[in-house]
Design a protein around this ligand. Structure first.
Ligand SMILES: CC(C)(COP(=O)(O)OP(=O)(O)OC[C@H]1O[C@@H](n2cnc3c(N)ncnc32)[C@H](O)[C@@H]1OP(=O)(O)O)[C@@H](O)C(=O)NCCC(=O)NCCS
Length: 188
């Protein structure tokens, strides 16, 4: 298996992977929209190839972090937080699932983001799967998702801190790229 960054010419392969993995067009269309969204940049987009054939794809887009704190004068200051990214979507074609490809894509993406100085990576996904890869529930650590997550799905909103970065205690509001900034993407 080989994992490499994607190029513009990989778009058909990327969309094919998402269509096969999810069995519908929605995630493929979302992936294309994120790749073309200026507010999502920089993205980390990685393709996994098995015997030269596209088998998996992962996408991380830019996220933001801000903290509203009282200035003591009744107004509030918005503090810019450390750099952050959002993992979505991840897909492995059915024929190649359960062979470690999804995990390898997550690890490689986190390495690349860490090298680029990203402090925090967020995901809304299957808790049991992402916990295996170092993610933990983000809400109780003070990170609010772009849209409120229903209490029954609270564990699905997760974060991983990279390297020695820590944003410190606080109530952080996470923001995301324009494409993902729609309530329907925040319902698990
Ligand atoms: C989820 C997905 C990306 C995992 O990719 P993968 O390459 O099969 O994952 P890995 O090989 O690294 O890990 C496989 C393990 O994860 C487990 N796993 C897969 N999906 C899971 C889920 N939804 N919840 C918990 N565990 C899950 C498998 O049971 C397997 O466990 P095992 O090692 O004990 O057998 C892939 O199944 C997929 O593309 N699914 C459809 C698209 C999708 O749902 N993507 C969204 C992810 S939030």
């Amino acid at each position: 298996m080989l994992i490499r960054e994607t190029a513009e010419s990989d778009l058909p392969a990327i969309l094919h992977v998402h269509r096969l993995a999810f069995g519908q067009d929605e995630e493929a269309a979302l992936t294309e929209a994120i790749l073309r969204d200026p507010s999502a940049q920089p993205v980390v987009s990685l393709l996994a190839l098995v015997d030269g054939e596209p088998a998996g794809h992962i996408l991380f887009s830019r996220a933001g972090l801000s903290s509203s704190r009282s200035s003591g004068l009744g107004s509030s200051n918005v503090e810019a937080g450390p750099s952050a990214a959002l993992l979505a979507p991840l897909a492995v074609v059915p024929a190649a699932q359960s062979q470690g490809i999804g995990g390898a894509l997550i690890r490689r993406g986190l390495e690349d983001l860490s090298r680029a100085g990203t402090a925090l990576v967020f995901v809304l996904g299957y808790p049991a799967y992402y916990q295996r890869h170092g993610f933990q529930a983000a809400g109780r650590l003070g990170f609010a998702a772009p849209y409120p997550i229903a209490e029954r799905n609270a564990e699905a909103w997760m974060v991983q801190m990279l390297g020695d970065h820590s944003p410190g205690k606080g109530d952080w509001q996470v923001t995301c790229a324009d494409t993902l900034n729609k309530p329907e993407y925040w319902v698990e």
